[in-house]
Design a protein. Structure first.
Length: 167
């Protein structure tokens, strides 16, 4: 906990360097960006918000209490692109799993925010949905090792992302 508070109170360069290790631009053409939020990173993010000012934590107990809803969770945020030929006007079904060497676990929670086409829709029609920001929470894997995030859109595979270096 002390390390997280120290990072949150550090210089902008120190905080940027810390957070950079948890994110990556993906090589997959359907993925713009991936970010992993472990308990440690969540504590740093919370400390950056509540570490100073009027809402500042009084002590380490306040910090521990703020982390309680996130204990035992690994959150992955992914910005995905849908193929333009799909012409989506409603958000397609999205499934997210975390695969390990011997396990495949579905997300505990999934939140999907559509990204609409920047161009104006024709009158009387919906704007095209060209992507989404997906936030998926998982139980922290019991075994450390190689973990792959697998994303399916309308039952078809969109991407498989190696998270090993980010978590």
């Amino acid at each position: 906990m002390e390390f997280a508070l120290r990072v949150a109170r550090g210089s902008t360069a120190e905080r940027v360097s810390f957070h950079a290790a948890y994110g990556s631009a993906a090589a997959d053409p359907g993925i713009d960006r991936v970010s992993v939020i472990t308990e440690l990173r969540r504590m740093v993010l919370l400390a950056e918000i509540h570490g100073t000012g009027a809402g500042a934590w009084r002590d380490g107990r306040d910090a521990a209490d703020a982390l309680t809803p996130y204990r035992g969770r690994l959150t992955v945020e992914v910005r995905v692109r849908f193929r333009p030929e799909r012409g989506c006007t409603t958000l397609p079904g999205v499934e997210v799993h975390l695969n390990g060497a011997t396990t495949m676990q579905p997300a505990i929670e999934v939140y999907v925010e559509p990204i609409q086409s920047p161009g104006a829709a024709t009158p009387g029609s919906q704007p095209a949905i060209v992507g989404a920001v997906i936030e998926a929470a998982f139980a922290v894997p019991a075994v450390r090792g190689v973990h792959t995030l697998v994303i399916h859109v309308d039952h078809g595979a969109l991407a498989a992302i190696d998270l090993t270096r980010m978590a």
